[in-house]
Design a protein around this ligand. Structure first.
Ligand code: DNO
Length: 345
């Protein structure tokens, strides 16, 4: 396992040497953030990020994310042009020493939350999700907390209209088309693709979501068996689905899990939850059982602490402050060490 930490590039308020001071930290997870989706990232930009990371004593072997253009998800004729650009990004990432690319295939929206600063009794705050609150919002005029509002209202309306009639089957076919097209670039660059699950793992505003549960992964690997087709195992996203047995899934797919996002959730009803610190006893995700399932089944990928709380007066990027993610990393190191030593590893 290699422990990593998400770093939002040069504009991140958290300096690289602070990340390095979290003992055991192997590398950063980052991206080129200011190039529009669908365009090629210059190799120079990637090499600069790599140099900054390496100079701070950190590796840069994971990119999160290279976003997928909506035309690819929609299966439009223009998709081939965007796929070519994506392939070039994979090749460039390979040249910069990247081993794993995290991406998602959620139509229009990425992760969805309704509260960015849900208050805890001890004064901490974290992200939270209330389904009824979200459903009351108009998707065509959405200003979601934390959502990258790169669309104008007009563009968002057009995009949502173009998804009318999109089915789960068609979206899945478009994912398979995309993966089959990029696998040769992954083979050439020796880069693993790690699809991030849909967050939360159910349809949103009539938009289909297709990476939500165990059977979705079975279908995915059956359709594209190439070993470069893999998973970002995000416990918070999958765990929001009460129907998912996470230790079972971690064990079953350990050899396809190239990247693990480990974080905690506390259920509040059937769909609602708030995020919490990483400890098992603070939520409904059995972190010990998941780490054990990964180790027992030969997991050898990248790990990162995921969304933390804002604590100790920090007003960090929601979910991505320094302090609680650092505590999370240390807790996860402890779990891995205990489980590995018990196995004689
Ligand atoms: C949220 C993240 C997601 C993730 C993308 C991957 O905190 O986990 O935004 O980076 O879905 O493509």
């Amino acid at each position: 396992m290699k422990m990593t930490f998400r770093w939002y590039g040069e504009s991140d308020s958290i300096p690289l040497n602070y990340i390095k001071q979290i003992q055991g930290m192997d590398g950063v997870v980052t991206a080129v953030y200011d190039v529009p989706v669908g365009q090629v990232w210059d190799l120079d930009r990637l090499m600069r990020l790599k140099k900054l990371s390496n100079d701070a004593g950190l590796n840069m072997e994971v990119i999160e994310s290279v976003p997928v253009h909506e035309d690819i998800k929609l299966g439009l004729p223009t998709r081939d042009k965007y796929i070519e650009a994506y392939k070039q990004n994979i090749i460039n990432c390979g040249k910069a020493g990247v081993k794993c690319i995290c991406y998602n295939f959620m139509p229009v929206f990425d992760w969805l939350r309704t509260d960015l600063a849900f208050k805890h009794p001890d004064g901490a705050n974290s992200l939270a999700y209330a389904h009824d609150t979200l459903m009351k919002l108009d998707p065509k005029n959405l200003h979601l907390p934390g959502w990258d509002e790169s669309y104008t209202t007009d563009e968002l309306n057009k995009l949502l209209d173009s998804y009318k009639g999109m089915t789960h089957e068609k979206l899945f076919e478009n994912l398979v088309y995309f993966l089959n097209a990029i696998m040769p670039a992954c083979d050439e660059a020796d880069v693993d693709m790690a699809i991030h699950p849909d967050d939360p793992p159910w349809d949103m505003f009539n938009l289909p979501r297709i990476i939500c549960k165990e059977s979705d992964y079975d279908k995915l690997f059956e359709a594209v068996p190439n070993k470069h087709n893999g998973i970002t195992f995000c416990t918070g996203s999958l765990g929001a689905g009460r129907f998912n047995d996470l230790p079972k899934m971690a064990a079953k797919y350990a050899s396809r899990i190239y990247f693990a996002h480990l974080r905690q959730l506390k259920y509040e009803g059937e769909t609602d939850f708030y995020e919490n610190g990483h400890l098992t006893e603070r939520g409904n995700i059995d972190m010990y059982a998941i780490v054990k399932a990964l180790v027992d089944n030969g997991f050898d990928g990248f790990v990162r602490p995921d969304h933390g709380r804002n604590i100790w007066g920090e007003s960090g990027k929601p979910g991505y402050g320094l302090f609680d993610r650092a505590l999370g990393a240390t807790y996860l190191f402890g779990l891995f060490e205990a489980v590995e030593k018990a196995k004689g590893l």
